[in-house]
Write a protein that binds this ligand. Structure first.
Ligand code: APR
Length: 286
């Protein structure tokens, strides 16, 4: 796609030459954006490690594990149902919208989000330009076989309402999103427990999604890398940001607090994402 976000190089020549040179020397700006829970904080979704992260005095990091699910699947499902309902009730913020705008104007674009909510998508991000590296909270998958089912928000209909078997509650319980639906969903294929389609601590990242990131990084470096609202706890987040900006690209960190990535950034923006991102994107686009 012809560059809509261009960097003009040599301002010293006459106007007509400049346009030609500018046109010739303009670069298709490849952009990588990496986001974390901080980007959804201003929509009212608690972050993981922030003071508002605890649920019923339970540490989310202790809840989001296969061990916790094995120990008390009802409790874990209660937590995810409440989060699904909460996410369903909130809206994307100006930070999500700014990233979607940048995606439309960049030469090449990829968003890698650690967030399992659907706010980037609801802000207009195309799934083809986005990788949910820690999964999707609205996906329900079997803890044993490959069965999975994608629902959205408060009370999505099961795949085929007429197939619900009230007495066994099998299909009926495929997508329990309302808090009152206390029973545990079971797989219609193998009757094992169904679980939320997110990546829990200690679990490997989804191979297909990781490969999409690798393909994007291997194709070329990026002129602009934005890392917003994440503690950059995981090494792969820092690795992807540094590899993307490896040929002198801008590495912009948007976070009110310092992170392990800060010392590598070419620009530090210590502001909330919904405030900073619209301005940064305007500067990049205009
Ligand atoms: N704007 C920008 N950044 C913010 C804002 C805001 N309004 N509010 C908080 N932050 C920053 C915090 O300073 C912190 O650095 O967002 C970060 C949130 O950090 P975490 O809660 O650790 O979330 P995240 O980095 O996304 O966690 C990564 O770890 O817990 C797992 O799987 C989970 O995807 C998650 C991953």
């Amino acid at each position: 796609m012809l560059a809509t976000l261009t960097l003009v190089i040599a301002p010293s020549l006459a106007a007509t030459d400049l346009e030609i040179v500018g046109y010739c020397r303009s670069y298709v700006v490849r952009v990588l954006v990496i986001t974390g829970a901080g980007v959804s904080a201003e929509s009212g979704i608690p972050t993981f490690r922030g003071k508002d992260g605890y649920w019923r005095n339970l540490d989310p990091i202790k809840l989001a594990t296969a061990e916790a699910f094995a120990r008390d699947p009802e409790l874990v499902w209660k937590w995810y149902r409440e989060r699904r309902q909460h996410i369903h009730n909130v809206q994307p913020n100006a930070g999500h919208e700014a990233i979607a705008r940048l995606a439309q104007r960049a030469g090449e674009f990829l968003l890698v989000t650690q967030n399992v909510d659907d706010l980037h998508e609801r802000a207009g991000m195309a799934k083809t330009e986005m990788v949910q590296i820690h999964g999707d909270i609205f996906l329900t998958k079997c803890s044993h076989c490959d069965f999975s089912y994608a629902g959205r928000g408060g009370s999505p209909e099961p795949p085929d309402a007429s197939a619900v078997e009230p007495e066994s509650g099998r299909l009926g319980s495929i997508a329990p999103t309302s808090e009152s639906d206390g029973n545990l969903p079971r797989c219609p294929e193998c009757n094992s427990l169904l679980r939320p389609g997110v990546v829990w601590f200690g679990e490997p990242l989804p191979a297909r999604e990781t490969q999409r990131v690798e393909n994007y990084l291997q194709r070329d470096s990026c002129g602009v890398v934005i890392v917003a609202g994440t503690t950059a706890t995981f090494g792969y987040i820092i690795d992807w940001a540094l590899r993307a900006s490896r040929r002198g690209g801008q590495l912009i960190e948007v976070n009110p607090e310092e992170t392990p990535l800060s010392r590598f950034a070419t620009r530090l923006v210590r502001e909330p994402a919904a405030v900073a991102l619209p301005r940064i994107v305007d500067q990049l686009i205009n």
